[in-house]
Design a protein around this ligand. Structure first.
Ligand SMILES: [Zn+2]
Length: 122
């Protein structure tokens, strides 16, 4: 059995595209797009919106309700460790000599790496 959703974009049925034209003669309409759902058990956001424009139109119109489902009242934090290590790198000296040649100039650079911390045992 095929499963379909109507696009939830509030302006979907007003977009002038051939894919939305239905009816015949003088009784033509622009109709909301229908979306085929391939895996109803694992819903995807584009099972409900025919494109990003319809998704964002919906979000703009319903953002207050959507946020109310799972409001964030405090910042979240992830424990990390920041490691800095020095390594030799090069910069380019563009006008290093009178022939216009560039020159690689070595210098000590710092690489900053953000590491995850195993916080399952804390
Ligand atoms: Zn749409």
């Amino acid at each position: 059995m095929s499963n379909y959703n109507w696009c939830h974009g509030p302006e979907c049925h007003t977009q002038h595209t051939q894919s939305r034209v239905r009816g015949s003669g003088d009784n033509k309409v622009l109709r909301t797009r229908r979306i085929k759902v391939y895996q109803p058990e694992t819903p995807h956001i584009y099972d409900f919106f025919c494109n990003q424009s319809c998704l964002m139109d919906f979000m703009r119109e319903h953002i207050t309700s959507v946020i109310a489902i799972a409001p964030r009242r405090e910042a979240q934090e992830t424990p990390i460790k920041v490691e800095k290590e020095k390594y030799e790198s090069y910069r380019y000296d563009w006008n290093s000599d009178e022939n216009g040649a560039t020159r690689r100039v070595p210098y000590m650079a710092t690489r900053t790496t953000i590491k995850s911390v195993d916080n399952d045992n804390g």
